[in-house]
Every structure is written in C-alpha cells, then in structure tokens.
Design a protein around this ligand. Sequence first.
Ligand code: ADP
Ligand code: MG
Length: 697
Amino acid sequence: MPRFFDTKIEFLKGVGPQKSALLNKELDIFTFGELLQHYPFRYEDRTKFYKINEIRDSMEHVQVVAKIRRVETIGMARRKRLVAHVEDETGSMELTWFKGIQWVSKKLVIGATFIFFGKPNLYGRKFSIAHPEMEPLSEAKEEKSFYQPVYPTTEKLRIKYLDSKGISKIMGLLLQSAYPQIQETLPATIMTRFNLISKQEAMRQIHFPENEDILQKARFRLKFEEFFFVQLRLLKLKLTRTEKYRGQQLGKTDLVGKFYSEHLPFELTNAQKRVIKESFADMRSGRQMNRLVQGDVGSGKTMVAFICALIAISSGAQTCLMAPTEILANQHYEGLKEYADKMDLSIELLTGSTKKSVRRRIHEQLLSGELQILIGTHALLEDIVQFQNLGLAIVDEQHRFGVAQRAKLWAKNKNFYPHVLVMTATPIPRTLAMTLYGDLDISVIDELPAGRKPIQTVHRFDKDRLKVFGFMRKEIELGRQIYVVYPLIEESEKMDLKSLMDGYESVCRAFPQYPISIVHGNQKAADKEFEMQRFVKGETKIMVATTVIEVGVNVPNASVMIIENAERFGLSQLHQLRGRVGRGAEQSYCILMSKYELSKDSRVRLDTMVRTNNGFEIADVDLKLRGPGDLMGTQQSGVADLIIADLSKDAPILTLARDAAQNLIAEDPEISQPQNAMVLRQIKNQKKHAVNWSRIS
Ligand code: ADP
Ligand code: MG
C-alpha cells in the first residue's frame, strides 16, 4: 500500500488524538488503510417505512412515521425512564429513553410528527423501541439513503459520537481523499474473466452503496480479492517448497515388504493402501512431502503412519511421530513398540515426563542415528532434539498443532527438510482445508476397516438416567466396557470437577459390584496413567473421565460412550469422543445426556450427532454453527486475513479465487510479468503488515 494508507488516523479531519486513541483501543484501527477496511456489517434500508400494525417481533429494525400523543417520566433516580406514546392511523406504540432524558424530552412536542427508527421489542401486546433515532418529519431530507451502512462499534465509542453514524461520517471524509489513491490489486484478465468491479469502485460502494446490485458487486469483488491473495500465498508457499526444498529420496520398501508378509495383523483397507501409495510417491520423488491425511476416527491412521515410517527407515532415515497429549503418545508408543520389536527396530518415547538421563540418551542416539523411531509430545519440538537424518516427521491429530509448530519440525535436520505427514481426525470442510492447509497436499481415508458396525447414537435427558444405568448394566454383563465423560472447561473448573466427582459417586453407587476408573486433569500423571492402564487391561469396567480421553485412546472392548452435559461440548469434540468406541467387532453405542432445555445451537449439535456418523458432514455443520474464526489454529493460517469473506458462506467465491490464483501461478510462477505487477505489489504490502506469514515463508 502506498504511504497514504499507513497514515495514522489521528491525522484524519474530525478524528484527532482522543478519538484515534479510542479507535486504536476499541477496534484495533490505527491507520487510514485499516479504517477503510472497517466494513459495514449490514445496511439499513431507509427508503422503507412501516405502519405500526405491520411491525413484527422478528424485525431487526423498523422506520415509522408517528405522532406524539403523550410523554411521561416513570421511576426515580437511576431507574428513571422517559416514555413517549406515539401513534399512526393503524395503531400505537411506545418509545423509551433511559439516558439523555432532559435533552430528548425538549424535542418531544405533543402533536408533532417524527420519523422514528430502531429495533422493535414486544412488551405485553405493545411494541416499544428503546433509544430510537428520530427526526421531525418536517425537517426530513427529500432523499433517504437507499442503504444506510451499519458499522461495528462499541459502547465506549458511541459515547464519543463514534456510533455507526459517526463512523460513517469520518468514513465519508476519509474516502474523499483516499479514493484517488486506491490502486487496483488484480490483473485485468482476472477482472474481465470474473466480471469484477474495480477496487476503487468496490471500496466506495461497500461504504456508500448506490443500490443493491452494485453493493453485491462490491462485496463479491472484495471477498474474491481476500480469498485470492490468501490462496496465492499458499500456492506460492507450496511451489517454493516443492521447487526449492529437495526432499530426501526415500525409494526403498524392504521393511514394508517384510512387515506385510510377516506381521501385518489385518488386511489394509483400500483407502489406507491409497494413502500409503500417495505418500510413497512423494517420498521417493526427490521433492519434499507435505501431506495432510484426513481420516475419520477409527479409520486406521496409525497403521498408515507406521508403514510410512517403514518406508523412511528402509532407506536408512529416521522417523518421529508427534502426538498432542502424553496419554496418546504413550499409547502410540505401546502400540507401535510391539510392531517395532518384531521388526527389530529401535523405538523410544520422549515426553515432558521423560527422565533427564533417558532424555540425554535419546538425544545422543538421535544424533548418532542409532535410534530409528521417536514417539513423543511437544517435547519433540524443543531445539535440543536434533536428528542425524530425520526422513519423515509425522504429526498426529493436527488440530492441536499450528502452522508455526509444523514449521519447527522442518528444522530438525541441518541440511534438508524431512518429509512431513500430518494426520487429522477432525475432518475439515474442503473450503476450510484449502485455506488452513492450502500449502499441503491432501489425502483422505474415506473408508473404515471392514466389519465395523456404525455406532448407534441416541440423545437422552437427565431424567432417563435410571434407564441408562440399566442399559450400562446389560452391556457390562455382555463383557463390554463403558466410558462416562464429563466436560471440563477452564472457567468453571471447580464446578466441573465437582460434577465429575458427583457423577463418579453415583456410578459407584449404581454399580457397587464393578471396579471403576476415574481420570481427570487434576490427577498426577502417574495416577492418570495407572487408572488408564487398568481400564485398557479390562480390569475396570467403567471409565469416568473428563475430556482427557478425547484424543486417540484406543480400547477396542469399550463399546459404550456416555457423554454427560453433552450440550456443553462442541460438535467436533462430540464426534471425537464418540470415536473412542466402535473400534471392535461389537455393536457400539453413544448416549448423549443433556438437560431438558436446550439452546437452538445445542439442539442442532445433538441432532446432528444422532443423525450421522460422517465426520465430514459433521464438520460442515460445525463450520456453519461456529464460523471459521473459532476453529483451532485459524490465527496463523490466513483465515485471520479474511475481513469480509466468510469461509462458511462464501465457498463458491473461494473456489473461483483459488482457481484464478492457480492459473496465475501456472502462467507466471515468479509473479514477475508486467501485467501482474499489481499483484506482486499487493503481496509485498501484505507481507509488511502480516508478521505471521513472513516468518513462515
Ligand atoms: P485412527 O484413525 O482413529 O487413529 P487407529 O489407527 O487408532 O484409528 O485405528 C483404530 C483401530 O482399527 C485400531 O485398533 C487398529 O488396529 C484397527 N485397524 C486399523 N486398520 C485396520 C484394518 N485395515 N483392518 C482392521 N482393523 C484395523
Ligand atoms: Mg489416531
């Protein structure tokens, strides 16, 4: 961006130091450029007037012409409010003010007719508007703005006259001087192909639209541009990596063959085979692999990881596998050690609680090349962990890891980058994947091992608990094990812990004859481990736990998952939890327990869980409910750069923009041709402003 847009907003006419400080603090707006990108979030149609009897409770806002009949003040001191009773020929309504009463009451002349505007609320049988905007009909300007912009603002700004109208006013002033400075950022070919209006026009129309049609065009143009540059950056990143960063050629498969013929405990699914093939093609290519494997819970990602590890080790390279929690790292270690031992491979576990002496030995054996497989947690990311020849780095359950952490893995060898395989059990809608992981290649394991019966999910209310206990008893008598999971959310940790302990007690009372495990975050790691192991070995029949068991834990004999206070969990978390069962040959069940009264979103979440086992479908609903901003890891991904574009609603525009970006990169990989000069300039401008990206690329 040229200098002009970096100008501090305090230099804008009508802003000054006080207001600018407030804009900095409240809205994070510092420069002209940032203010211009403070887009309205909706528009009010001020050409439309309603009769009082047309007003409905569901209306966001209404504009009425009404005559003042009576004005009164009600209540005392701080509870005082001013109420004006107004009417038109169809009915009457009330207007109320809690502040500025003196000032307003002077204007409210009995018998005078005003235009009132605001959000209607139904009280009893009458509508009321609190703090309406008002204007005497006699003074009303001829022409009403077609679409009045409504800007995000805050209470503190409102007090300083920076309500939506105030912001619109300074926006108008800014736009006057900014307009000639706004430069085009997209090449002419793209503008023509996608029928885009100019940046200049879009910026003006988004703030002051002339009509609905041009407003839509402005929004489309700005959304397209945001997506385009995020995608372009990701594609460029990918290109740079595949071209610049040579990967080790890992083309041998001796160990894989041996494992297949002697130790593989089951037939791989076709999806597993395909993903292994795709990874192998990358690993032998001489280019560095950056692959995301999406596979629903239980789809058998661990085996895929292990076989890829065997590919790396066959060529004499080392492998590491990083898991998000200690419990999961442990479980991977235990599971894979069995195979590694059979194959005569060395394997170690490195976590936060690994003893210093062991740690030192591991560090040494990594450097000497003696250690072939390292399993661990974030502890793997520490700089001191260096390999002699790390060929493949595997990250399990990616949703806990950010882009920056992935980048750390790349620096584990001195001379070259290891191949990276990221495995996630949180299916991500395609649009989000393109943006979060647009720099990765994506493989999907879209098939579960044969013989799995789909998990049956039901929703029960707390009052049905006795029946649920009865069901649990039956299942235990059939030899199965059961999880009972409680939410644990930091803000209310104490209360949650209490409800967990209460739940534990009531389960103990209901099942005095069975040993029961309990696991929660407040336990020492050793106690947690002890309890987990008892359950894994089948010594305890019921595991009462918080979400610590969410990720990856594998107990095939556990066939019932009971989720308490299910209304408090997010969808992807519910799906993850449910994935802990259904891993054996038996019919499995998931019972979602909730209170009776549910919010709309909670109901959608629970209904979705009952309706489908498909992780991708669930992810779509989740994205719609929460919006992408809330999903893990979005800060570092370029999602944060999306100001007006919305991943959950604008998927079609994203697809077009991705397509355009792909074409451009294909024709002009360096973005050096003169017709793309504006694109390069925009990328440079964005780099200046976005710390994250410059660090990663
Ligand atoms: P996830 O993809 O959730 O990490 P896991 O790798 O833990 O799934 O696999 C779940 C269970 O399925 C494990 O018990 C694993 O041994 C088993 N499994 C994996 N692949 C197959 C297969 N092809 N056939 C049968 N069982 C399999
Ligand atoms: Mg797993």
